[in-house]
Design a protein. Structure first.
Length: 395
């Protein structure tokens, strides 16, 4: 079976012949400082792309095709171009298409949000704001041809990577976190007007995007954030009342444009709203951040939601991947495949970007272990039982 055929089987919650593995989209690549270390560790794998930046904010690279093949990655992502970006003259930084300023951190590891263009805006100012041009021909230039080539000449799963903006996170960045959270409660007219304009803009962009790549892609990726390490960003009730309708509208629109599975990115402790995520026409939840409250019990996630939702990620990059011994990493891979992979419905991947604090041997071991353990039928009980003391640390 080709990766594309395995994807179809797994997303229908049926047992495929092996586990799917992913890496290389804009949230889920390798930091520019980690990439040379992996290249040097592998030695015999040609890697040239360490200076080709995939995500400017996170400073991740476009992984070389040779590396994707070495790691057995089943997905190839077409990534929208970051357009309408202005370089800042006052500091090392830039202003994105939404008018949000970024500046480089002191160590130049990444760029951080450095202001909110609508922080002091009134309702009347929303229409006056210089919104992104939705008809920019450069945003998706060449993506249709690349997707068509991949579709006709490979068996990979082809993904439409995110435009890297969601209704909530874009509103928070444009308005400022503190001010927008207050808007959601005490200035709902402003909050709704801002969310409506952001959602409309994204829908228009996705319409153009799918016009080019829709006939060839099997998965579309949207990004937002609903959780922190320990809780939701807001109460589930407030989310359902103020945010969920806009996300649902965007998701429904994307799926009306092409026959795709929709994968939603949200970090954090989002267990209280997974039912809502399913109701928002989401097929796949990314990244299953197992280091956060409520998301560590992947067996429970599969049992409770696995007949209606697929999972992507679940390999922790905050503590586990940088610090694990080989035996601990071996147990982790076996555990997540065992919990989430039964009857399909799981794509194993690092849950976020691989940082420069991660030893290259752990990165390579992760993908090698997936090959070892990812064959169906899954029989991993004995492997997991070897390290129950390690498992107890996650109880």
């Amino acid at each position: 079976m080709t990766p594309r055929e395995i994807f179809k089987t797994a997303m229908n919650h049926q047992q495929p012949e092996r586990m799917l593995v992913d890496m290389g989209k804009h949230i889920g690549s390798i930091h520019k400082r980690a990439y040379p270390a992996i290249r040097n560790y592998l030695g015999n794998v040609p890697m040239k792309n360490e200076r080709l930046i995939l995500d400017r904010m996170a400073q991740t690279v476009v992984p070389d095709e040779e590396l994707l093949q070495r790691f057995g990655v089943d997905f190839r992502w077409v990534v929208p171009h970051y357009v309408q970006v202005k370089e800042r003259e006052d500091v090392d930084g830039y202003i994105d298409m939404w008018g949000v300023p970024y500046r480089a951190t002191a160590d130049k590891d990444h760029f951080a949000v450095d202001g909110a263009p609508l922080k002091k805006a009134t309702l009347k100012d929303i229409d006056k704001f210089q919104w992104p041009r939705v008809d920019d021909p450069k945003q998706f230039e060449g993506l249709g041809a690349r997707a068509k080539h991949l579709f006709e000449n490979t068996g990979y799963v082809i993904g439409a990577d995110a435009i890297k903006a969601g209704p909530l996170m874009t509103a928070l960045q444009m308005r400022g976190y503190e001010q927008f959270f207050m808007d959601l409660v005490i200035d709902t007219d402003f909050a709704d007007a801002l969310l409506e304009r952001i959602t409309w803009t994204l829908k228009e962009m996705w319409t153009r995007y799918m016009r080019d790549v829709g006939p060839y892609v099997q998965i579309a990726y949207v990004t937002d954030d609903l959780g922190t390490q320990t809780s939701m960003l807001m109460s589930p009730q407030l989310f359902r009342e103020r945010i969920k309708p806009w996300m649902t509208q965007l998701h429904n629109h994307i799926k009306s444009l092409a026959d795709v599975k929709l994968m939603m990115h949200t970090d954090g402790a989002v267990l209280p709203v997974i039912e809502d995520i399913i109701e928002m026409n989401v097929d796949i939840l990314n990244p299953v951040q197992t280091s956060t409250k409520g998301m560590e019990d992947t067996a429970h996630l599969k049992e409770r939601f696995g007949d209606r939702l697929s999972f992507h990620g679940a390999i922790d990059v905050q503590q586990l991947l940088p610090n694990a011994s080989y035996d601990e990493l071996r147990w982790e891979v076996a555990k997540r495949i065992h919990d989430l992979g039964r009857n399909g419905g799981y794509i194993i991947a690092p849950c976020h970007n691989i940082s420069h604090d991660t030893p290259p041997e752990n990165v390579v071991a992760l993908f090698d272990l997936v090959k070892e353990f990812g064959q169906y039928p899954l029989d991993l009980d004995a492997e997991i039982a070897k390290n129950n003391s390690y498992f107890a640390r996650f109880k």
